[in-house]
Design a protein around this ligand. Structure first.
Ligand code: NAD
Length: 485
């Protein structure tokens, strides 16, 4: 199936931190793919703005290199790369100083959408917002894109919201959570609200429990210093996992419009119960001989008590979900890279086939990565003679097989989200009150384990995490689904 691409209006996009890792790996290759798809017009202008001294030609060479490394080679055919590079400029800018700002202001075209992407450390977000304003670049068509982390706790998130609000109104602020740009995540809403099949069952009467797993095989890598101050709860749960939980648990919005969707997500966050201490398991990965150091060595902090793994159980206290637990887990150096939401339905209330046929519950499995897609497990009769025995079979839809032209990978989240910024669609971005509500839930959990002086449990690299996480489920008579690629 060929996807329909609607070109966006000509725009100016300034990438602060245009020479950084995120720009190189995601933002610029993503823009290039949109250019190749015909969505980004030739008259659009992308301006890299960072501290590194270089001119626009050197920046084009830098971007060409990044695209060769991070975009599939077929996109570099037919002179597309040259066309894209012609849209690029570079300005040396110091976010905390005065250098480069006047030049940047002069490069921007009048009367067109201006997007300012803050792909720099969070300590610079306020400086950038202030200077964009000071130099007269903030027009009614201007918007800013803010990367994670959005604050370290409720207090810092509130302060950051207040700083940004001094220069931009909420409708101009795009807080990015790239999980929301994933095709499957949007499909979650299509499945829930575009079909009559699931919604009548989407409640505690039919759903036994929900598991959300985001498992990574990588360690903390070069982010050790930041990560050791954050940990899995702040780095992953407060944003990505909570956003997924919201989309699973929210009520149907009246319209697929930004505030209608975000109002419903906010209600979910506000309905989350505090988490009991014995419903939290934190872990830290160990070394793997000859392959990589353990967590403490990787972050250079031999006494670190920061978690690289967390599993927890929570409840959404409202009519729809009362009594259905949500189990969340995420960690680094686990056995496979796998992000998946499993909606585990209850058993049929009564088996007409007798105990020898076996009992099977339905499962809806939503895979975010890798192999984005959806599997519904249904129960059928095991084929052949020998009586009635039941088995589970998957109804599987892998998006790449079902929808994509041969070999085409699903669009990266950043591609989608950047185009949404240009189009002015905030549906897949977090609103300020949502972020604050998420911190308001997270802070007491973190404060609790700090006050109790708890130390994370060690776990083997390449495992499924600490054994206690299995116990968390076992105590409820349940089990995690396996972490498989
Ligand atoms: P990075 O350190 O690789 O790049 C930082 C960029 O900021 C560089 O271009 C640098 O020149 C520029 N910069 C630094 N100080 C500056 C100043 N005073 N004035 C102007 N420019 C300055 O960082 P990164 O990994 O690209 O991350 C950027 C942001 O994105 C961070 O907020 C990070 O948390 C977030 N983020 C990164 C990733 C990722 O995969 N790298 C993923 C999610 C979120």
């Amino acid at each position: 199936m060929v996807s329909r691409v609607i070109p966006v209006e000509p725009f100016d996009l300034v990438i602060f931190g245009g020479t950084g890792d995120l720009a190189r790996r995601k933002i610029l290759p993503g823009l290039f793919k949109r250019y190749c798809a015909g969505q980004m017009p030739d008259t659009a202008q992308v301006i890299g703005a960072a501290r590194s001294p270089m001119d626009s030609d050197a920046y084009r060479a830098f971007v060409a290199e990044a695209i060769r490394e991070f975009s599939p080679s077929r996109f570099c055919e037919n002179g597309a790369l040259d066309g894209f590079l012609a849209c690029l400029e570079y300005v040396v800018v110091d976010a905390r100083g005065t250098d480069g700002w006047d030049e940047l202001a002069q490069r921007l075209g009048p009367d067109r959408v201006r997007a300012f992407y803050f792909s720099v450390g969070p300590g610079l977000f306020g400086d950038l917002a202030e200077r964009i304003h000071l130099h007269g670049m903030a027009t009614s068509e201007s918007r800013i894109v803010v990367e994670k982390p959005f604050g370290h706790d409720l207090e810092t998130a509130r302060a950051l919201n207040a700083t940004l609000a001094e220069h931009f109104h909420e409708g101009q602020i795009y807080r990015i959570d790239h999980y929301l740009g994933k095709e499957t995540v949007q499909n979650l809403m299509a499945i829930r609200f575009g079909n009559v099949l699931f919604e009548p069952l989407w409640n505690s009467q039919y759903v036994d429990h929900i598991q959300i797993t985001v498992a990574e095989t990588v360690g903390v890598g070069g982010r050790g210093e930041y990560y050791d101050r954050a940990g899995a709860m702040r780095d992953m749960v407060q944003n990505h996992l909570m956003q997924l939980l919201c989309l699973i648990a929210m009520e149907p919005p009246a319209k697929f419009d930004p505030d209608a969707v975000r109002d419903e997500k906010l209600k979910v966050i506000r309905a989350l119960d505090p988490v009991e201490p014995h419903h939290i398991v934190r872990g830290q990965y160990g070394a793997l001989d000859g392959e990589h150091p353990g967590y403490r060595e990787a972050v250079g902090n031999p006494r670190s008590t920061t978690e690289s793994y967390i599993a927890l159980k929570t409840h959404v206290s409202n009519w729809r979900w009362a009594g259905t637990p949500f189990y969340l887990r995420t960690g680094k150096r686990l056995k496979a890279r796998s992000s998946v939401i499993n909606v585990m339905f209850k058993d049929a209330p009564h088996s007409i086939f007798g105990p020898e046929a076996g009992r099977h519950a339905n499962l809806l499995s939503i895979r975010l990565q890798p192999n984005e897609g959806i599997t519904l497990k249904v129960t059928i009769k095991e084929p052949g003679p020998g009586g009635m025995r039941l088995v589970d079979v998957p109804l599987d839809m892998t998006f790449a097989d079902a929808l994509g032209p041969e070999g085409e990978e699903p669009p990266d989240a950043y591609e989608r989200l950047i185009m949404d910024v240009i189009r002015g669609n905030q549906t897949l971005f977090m609103r300020g009150d949502e972020v604050e509500a998420a911190w308001a839930w997270t802070d007491p959990i973190i404060g609790g384990w700090q006050a109790r002086g708890e130390v994370p449990k060690p776990y083997d690299s390449g495992s499924a995490g600490p054994d206690d996480a299995d116990l968390l489920m076992k105590r409820d008579g349940r089990a995690w689904r396996g972490i498989t690629p």
